[in-house]
Ligand binder design. Structure first.
Ligand code: GAR
Length: 197
């Protein structure tokens, strides 16, 4: 069974949904550890309630991004992690880290990439008055929200929507799409493109 590490920074609702799917036997993997770069992240509480080991690796304790990523890598090696699941992890990983774990890092993004990359995708889509937005799960490469897409699902923006109702619907779709994408990767049905260079 593949051992998963969840990297989080915030609320952790995607992480919690995935862990529940794993614990229910719907996704065949082991939720080995949850690592947060923020000690105050709500995700840590949720993980503890679900009985999953938690760890804080604070970016503030490391002088450079390289040093932070090296600390992350040490934890991942120690816990024999096979696959890294980013779930609201708001740090950009270094090229060295991404290459080391090439094809073994997944991310979820609340927009139809390549549209609206970055940290404020739902708000930006809302401000742009698009008629539809969505959710993307992708492999992480050396860019920001640019890796090979595993699964995407559209979410229409309805005439009666407010930013808040749109956010709720986007998150609801995330909870459906991430487990599906994870299953596809775990089964070997989808793989990352070969690493160049
Ligand atoms: C999710 O909507 C996720 O797609 C987004 O952060 C939220 C985390 O919520 N990630 C990004 O915007 C990454 N660029 P959660 O902590 O409740 O899962």
């Amino acid at each position: 069974m593949k051992r998963l590490a969840f990297l989080v920074s915030g609320s952790g609702t995607n992480m919690a949904h995935l862990i529940r799917k794993i614990q229910a036997g719907d996704v065949s993997a082991e939720a080995a550890i949850v690592i947060s770069n923020k000690p105050e992240a709500k995700a840590l509480e949720r993980a503890k309630e679900l009985g999953v080991l938690t760890l804080v690796v604070s970016h503030k304790d490391h002088a450079t991004r390289e040093a932070f990523d090296a600390a992350l890598a040490r934890c991942l090696e120690l816990h024999k992690i096979d696959l890294i699941v980013l779930a609201g992890f708001m740090r950009v990983l270094t090229e060295g880290f991404v290459k080391r774990y090439w094809g073994r890092i997944l991310n979820i993004h609340p927009a139809l990439l390549p549209a609206f990359p970055g940290a404020h995708a739902i708000k930006e889509a809302w401000d742009a008055k698009v008629q539809e937005t969505g959710v993307t799960v992708h492999f992480v490469d050396c860019g920001v929200d640019t890796g090979k897409i595993i699964l995407q699902r559209k979410v229409p923006v309805l005439p009666q929507d407010t930013l808040e109702t749109l956010e709720v619907r986007v998150h609801g779709v995330e909870y459906e799409v991430y487990p599906e994408a994870l299953k596809q990767v775990l089964s070997g049905k989808v793989t990352a493109p070969p690493l160049k260079g």
